[in-house]
Design a protein around this ligand. Structure first.
Ligand code: AMP
Length: 573
């Protein structure tokens, strides 16, 4: 490793040590900075803080908030009110969360300076990794990164997902050379708005550089499994292009076309190799067969993404899966200091300089400071950010697993109220109920007696399966159930519909009709397992294998949505 990298990495590790040694003092400073910076905002003035920057005043005067509480203020900012409403610094853009409110992505205010903080967190990831895996600076990373559509608020502020904002920023596009972060994907491929052109180009580049690739990754596990599936579906075309060195007519995006024209070269030997490997009967271990020098997968497999672990293990021969960080549109939180640990052991250490963190005990009780959380307890994380969120409930439930110095470490337990998720979509019980109700209006002589759901992630992309038991005359007419599938999708939130219509990250919704009496059998099963008959409720989502098997054994027909639901990047403001 070059001497300057050694120094840089040591400095980063030193920074982590300093930050985690005295988290309470850092938190106190962060809160004071935030309150001083935003003392003149309409929001803080509304609570009579009187310029106080101490914890006691903050705790006694500022309430916890949800998105719905602050939505009217967000709306005014979106409409062009430039007065200091939430933040004294100008809001530079809105980050569109994958969490939704009234069916639309939540808009998180962001200020320019926030990028320095996020960049700082990114800069710690590879120094931590270097402690566990040596030599990653001697090769390349094949990361499948994508941007998503962006839109503008009525006042012209951009609204887009946080990673789209990052990839489009100068920080990313003009990043200085760093041997720890050499990607096979050129910026032109990552920045191409058409996901299929982008994927095709990124895969080609990854194949050309296959012997130099030391890690393969995507942000979330769902994305990496989609990339592998893409290879499975497109290897013939990819190896044809590599054999001839021709620039595919698929590349209609001019900068990407130009970039690929520089990269493409005939390599018949490589094309033969890809053909040989991909033609084999089994795709088991395909990742290490094509990229033999890969040391680990860099991909988040915690939370809802844990469902993809068996798939990734199958395709990669069980390579380690590094979950390096925990972040959101609201705030970047922290990192995994033992990135090579087993997914079931992953804990994230919250960096106390990122924002002011408090924790709402799940069992009830007052908000607790970062320094006061207890091992074994579960909390919902609450953030106060430099961008103007105050005591904001993020919706993530975390469990304290231990400490690094004085910094608590957290396991990601689950997202509050989420029933179904296959990618970044999050569907709650009320949304599912509304979708079933809407779709069942299509049925004329029948009605839905009971339903439940299941996130099917063995298909790529994953898709929602909804089990319906019908009551009434005979079987539904031809095509009716398909219309019900589409009607459900039309009713689901914007993140779901974007995943279906634009990103291809979610497959067509499926309704499986089960025979009459199935839900009674489901209840009998639950009772046999100790459920109380008085308290029994039909689970609106099932994920235990015996229950899914019970349902599947009673399926009489299965129906898929025939087309993608409507979605447009434009939104109602
Ligand atoms: P978004 O609001 O779209 O930026 O998504 C942020 C959310 O993604 C977080 O609040 C978490 O629910 C989830 N998330 C982010 N990082 C992780 C992680 N490392 N493990 C599990 N879930 C995560």
């Amino acid at each position: 490793m070059a001497a300057d990298s050694t120094v840089k990495n040591a400095t980063a590790l030193q920074f982590i040590e300093e930050m985690t040694r005295n988290i309470d003092a850092v938190q106190q400073r962060v809160l004071a900075e935030i309150l001083a910076q935003n003392s003149e905002t309409e929001y803080l003035k509304g609570f009579d803080l009187g310029g106080a920057t101490d914890r006691e005043a903050f705790k006694s005067k500022i309430p916890m908030t949800t998105y719905e509480d602050i939505q009217p203020l967000i709306q005014r900012i979106a409409n062009g009110d430039r007065s200091p409403i939430l933040s004294a610094r100008p809001i530079s853009e809105f980050l569109t969360s994958s969490g939704t409110s009234a069916g639309e992505r939540k808009l998180m205010p962001s200020i320019k300076e926030e990028w320095d903080r996020r960049q700082l967190l990114y800069s710690l990831l590879m120094p931590v990794m270097d402690q566990y895996v040596k030599g990653v600076d001697e090769g390349k990373a094949l990361y499948f990164y994508f941007i998503k559509a962006e839109t503008k608020t009525p006042s012209g502020l951009l609204a887009r997902p946080v990673l789209t904002s990052y990839y489009k920023s100068h920080l990313f596009k003009n990043r200085p050379h760093d041997p720890f972060n050499v990607y096979t994907s050129p910026n032109e491929a990552i920045l191409c708005e058409d996901n299929s052109q982008s994927m095709y180009a990124q895969m080609l580049c990854g194949l050309y550089d296959r012997l130099q690739v030391l890690r393969v990754g995507a942000v979330f596990a769902s994305g990496l499994s989609r990339a592998i599936r893409f290879l499975q579906l497109n290897w013939k075309q990819l190896s044809h292009d590599i054999r001839t060195g021709s620039v595919s007519p698929k590349f209609t995006d001019p900068p990407l076309h130009e970039c690929m024209a520089r990269i493409m070269r005939p390599d018949p030997e490589l094309a033969d190799f890809i053909t040989r490997e991909c033609e084999k009967d089994t795709w088991k271990g395909i990742v290490t067969r094509i990229w033999p020098n890969v040391k680990y997968l860099d991909v988040i497999v915690t939370g809802a993404m844990a469902q993809y672990i068996p798939t990734l293990d199958y395709y990669s021969g069980g390579l380690p899966k590094a979950c390096s960080m925990y972040a959101s549109s609201e705030c970047y939180f922290g990192l995994n200091l033992k990135p090579m640990c087993d997914p079931s052991e992953v804990s994230y250490t919250i960096m106390p300089n990122m924002g002011y963190f408090e924790f709402l005990p799940i069992g009830g009780g007052d908000l607790v400071d970062l320094a006061a959380v207890e091992v074994g307890e579960e909390y919902e994380i609450v953030v106060t950010t430099y961008s103007g969120l105050c005591r904001y409930l993020v919706g993530d439930i975390l469990r304290v697993t231990g400490f690094h110095n004085s910094a608590p470490q957290f396991r990601f337990v689950r997202r509050k109220n989420v029933l179904l998720s296959v990618d970044s979509d999050k569907t709650d019980e009320a949304e599912l109920q509304a979708a079933v109700e809407k779709a069942s209006e299509i049925l004329t002589k029948m009605s839905v007696v009971e339903y439940t759901s299941y996130a099917e992630t063995k298909t790529v992309p994953g898709h929602y399966v909804i089990y319906w038991e019908l009551m009434g005359g005979g079987a539904p007419q031809e095509g009716v159930m398909e219309r019900c599938c589409l009607a459900m999708e039309e009713e689901l939130n914007a993140v779901y519909r974007q995943g279906r219509a634009a990103d291809g990250s979610i497959g067509a919704l499926e309704i499986r009709l089960v025979r009459s009496g199935t839900f009674e059998e489901l209840m009998d099963y639950a009772l046999s397992k100790g459920a109380s008959i008085n308290q029994y409720k039909v689970p609106r989502c099932v994920n235990s294998a015996p229950i899914v098997e019970l349902l599947d054994a009673r399926v009489v027909s299965s129906h898929f949505s025939p087309e993608a639901p409507r979605w447009s990047p434009e939104r109602r403001f």
